[in-house]
Ligand binder design. Sequence first.
Ligand code: PMP
Length: 425
Amino acid sequence: MTLHDRHRAVIPDWAALYYRRPIELTHGEGRHVWDADGNRYLDFFGGILTTMTAHALPEVTKAVAEQAGRIIHSSTLYLNRPMIELAERVAALSGIPDARVFFTTSGTEANDTALLLATAYRRSNQVLAMRNSYHGRSFSAVSITGNRAWSPTSLSPLQTLYVHGGVRGRGPYAQLSDERFIEACVADLEDLLGHTREAAALIAEPVQGVGGFTSPPDGLFAAFREVLSRHGVLWISDEVQTGWGRTGDHFWGWQAHDGNGPPDILTFAKGIGNGMSIGGVVAPAAIMNCLDANSISTFGGSPVTMAAGLANLTYLLEHDLQGNARRVGGLLIERLRAITAGTPVVREVRGRGLMIGVELVVPGTDEANPEAASAVLEAARAGGLLIGKGGGHDTSVLRIAPPLTLTVAEAEEGASILEEALREV
Ligand code: PMP
C-alpha cells in the first residue's frame, strides 16, 4: 500500500490533497522543500501562507527547541510569559485602541471566537458575510463561508446574510465601473440592513484568499463601514491570509482600503507561527470583555507556539519583510504580466505584494478554466515549483504566496517555471 492508499483508508474524503500523485514533504529550507523521492521544489505556496518567513528559519527552530526543552504545556491557568509578550506585540501592531488579544490554535477558531464576541456583544445571532468568502470549517465558520466549494451544508443556528462586494463575478456587476459597483453594493447592504433585525457584525477578508486573491475596489470597505456604524454593526477583518505585511504596502489588509479605519475585531492565524498552529483575535477591551462567564483555550497560546511566533515576528520586523514583499512581489507581478501578455488562457494577473493570483479562462471566452488550473499545477510541479489554486464557484485561479524572504533570483526562477508550465498547457 502506498502512503496515498493509506491516507485514503483513514483520512476523510473531504480533506483535499493537491496533485494526481500527492506529495509527501520531508524537509524544507529557506524557500525550498524536498519530497520523499528526493525532489526539490521552489515553494510558492508556503503551506497555504503558513510559512511566512522561511522554512527551517534558524531563529524559529532555536526558539522552539529552547522552549520545548524548558516546558511544553497548555496556555492557561498560570501566567504564561511568551504568550503575554506576543500579545503585547500583536496588540501594539493591531491599530486597535485598548486592544486585548486572545490566542487560539487556528484561523477557524479565531473567527469562531470573533462570532462569539460579536453575537454576545450585540445580542444578535445574525451576521453578514461577503459572497465567495472563506472563514474556516467549524460549525459556525462554514455558515459564514460563502464559497460553496468550501462550505459543507450546515445546520448552524447562526443566521447569515451574504453581501455583494468581495468579487465582481461575471454577472451584471462585472460590467460596472468601480464607482457604480460600490454604489450598487452599498445599496444592497442598506437594503439588507433595512429589512432585518439588528445584525451583529459583518466579517470580510480584505483580499479574498481561497476565493482567488481578489479584493474589492478601494473605497468599498470605507463606504460599508459608514453604513454599518450607522446601524451599530461591528466590522470583523479576517486577516488570516492578509496579515503581517504579506500585501507589501501595508501590515494589515484593512489598511490597504482607502478611508478604512481599524476594525472592531481583527482575526489572524497562518503566517505568525511560521507553520506552528497559532490563531487569535484582537478587539478593544469593551468588546473582548463582554462575555459573562469564563472561556479559555487549553492550547491556544501554548508556550512553544508562542516562542515560535515571537521569534518569527521579530525576524519579520527586523528584516523588513513587508518591504521585501512589496519590492519582490512588485517585480514578480510585473514579470508575470509580461510573460502572460497575449496568452489567451490567462484572463488577469492581480495581487498585492506576495499575494498574487493568475486567473485562467477557456481561450477566446470569459469562461473559468479549472481544468487548465489543475494542469498548470501539475506542470509546475514537474518543473520544480509548488503553487496553489483557488477561485469562486470554480477553481480557476493560480495562487502564488511564497515565504516573505523570497529573493529576486527565486522570483525570476519561479516565473520562468510558470511560463513553461503555461506554455505546455
Ligand atoms: N480565514 C481565512 C481568510 C482563511 O484563508 C482560512 C484558511 N484558509 C481560515 C480563516 C481558516 O483557518 P484555519 O484553516 O487555520 O482554521
